[in-house]
Design a protein around this ligand. Structure first.
Ligand SMILES: NC(=O)c1ccc[n+]([C@@H]2O[C@H](COP(=O)([O-])OP(=O)(O)OC[C@H]3O[C@@H](n4cnc5c(N)ncnc54)[C@H](OP(=O)(O)O)[C@@H]3O)[C@@H](O)[C@H]2O)c1
Length: 329
């Protein structure tokens, strides 16, 4: 495993991080056995993964509880990142959310407390002042944001130590390259990439768009004819699956798996600190962790970029994976 520095802190985190959403098994991901989730978390730790991302909203606290159960005994060796929902940014609610997460996580401190999405009603400064207070009390060690565009920062990155921005980023969804990624890089804010495998599409397990279950076909890649989309756009299923075929060919030619080159490509992008993989069992975690060990050539990085450039142009700079009226600005 490789480790990179988080923001401007002195802390390092594993470049492959484990995500805590799909291990709860919900509407999007379907059924999940508890012991499979615990085993996945344990395997992640054994592979050298130190960064564990979760949220108060994943399974309504269940994801945080699973993390505590699986890895509570090695608490000091792991770096826990959890998130608070924008509806809980008022002073009272934010403090209550933090207490609830601490309780779920059975810990005395949260290593990275992240604002899950921007809140347009409450000035960011006000929320950051409360995070500063929680930091001074030792309840959180660092704070970061998620799904924040340039305007969402309201200039606060200059006076507050916002260490990270968690964003959707993968070979099929490259919106943050237009503006946010260069901005964060320049400001010394770590970009943590979520959905690095585009919710499983970049593992190659789906050969056509029709094979993707409706519950998972909600992003802007998919046509608005899909039952659970809410973007109202035609999507780009044809282009995305043609790109996946080409990426699969490139992977086969170089002797890597599609999963490996997809994650390695992300880790080769300037400004990226870690990829948060959503492995839901031991095998998936082992497969994804391997990506940290491979070093793909600059030529292959360019070829992969070229392959999905038309898709990037068509999707445009909106970094919201699900909505056309972006919640990120
Ligand atoms: N900040 C935010 O707003 C936000 C939003 C989304 C996610 N996140 C975070 O990012 C994490 C990852 O996002 P994601 O779950 O969308 O990530 P992802 O890694 O792109 O997709 C995860 C899914 O892909 C499949 N998969 C993963 N690794 C695989 C492998 N090696 N082989 C085969 N299939 C594999 C699994 O589904 P199947 O086995 O069911 O196919 C898995 O549930 C989340 O857990 C969460 O912590 C944050």
């Amino acid at each position: 495993m490789l480790y990179r520095r988080l923001g401007k802190t002195t802390k390092t985190v594993s470049v492959v991080a484990m995500g805590g959403w799909s291990i709860v098994g919900d509407f999007t991901w379907g059924r999940q056995e508890k012991r499979t989730s615990l085993e996945a978390l344990q395997t992640a730790y054994e592979c050298g993964i130190t960064l564990f991302d979760t949220a108060e909203s994943y399974g309504d606290g269940l994801s945080e509880q699973l993390l505590a159960e699986a890895l509570g005994r090695v608490r000091e060796k792991i770096f826990i990142a959890t998130k608070v929902l924008p509806g809980n940014f008022s002073s009272e609610k934010l403090k209550a959310s933090c207490e609830r997460s601490l309780k779920n996580l059975r810990t005395e401190w949260i290593d990275l407390y992240q604002l899950h999405w921007p809140n347009r009603e409450i000035p960011l400064r006000q929320t950051l002042d409360i995070l500063e207070e929680l930091k001074s009390q030792g309840k959180i060690r660092h704070y970061g944001v998620s799904n924040f565009g340039l305007k969402d920062f309201s200039g606060c990155h200059q006076s507050y130590e916002i260490v990270s921005n968690q964003l959707a980023y993968n070979l099929l969804f490259r919106a943050i390259e237009f503006e946010i990624l260069p901005f964060c890089q320049q400001a010394g804010i770590s970009v943590l990439c979520y959905s690095p495998l585009m919710q499983g599409l970049l593992t190659g397990k789906f050969k056509t768009a029709d094979q993707v279950p409706e519950e998972r076909a909600r992003t802007r890649i998919f046509s608005s004819h899909r039952r659970y989309t809410r973007h109202g756009q035609p999507g780009m299923e044809k282009e995305a699956f043609a790109a996946i075929d080409r990426l699969r060919e490139l992977a086969e030619k170089t002797g890597y798996t599609l999963t490996e080159i997809s994650l390695a490509w992300l880790l080769a992008q300037n400004g990226v600190t870690a990829v948060i993989v959503g492995g839901r069992n031991k095998e998936q975690i082992l497969a994804s962790a391997k990506a940290a060990e491979i070093n793909i050539s600059p030529e292959l990085v360019s070829l992969l970029s070229e392959t999905t450039e038309p898709l990037k142009k068509k999707l445009g700079p909106n970094p919201d994976m699900w909505q056309s009226n972006s919640r990120i600005s």
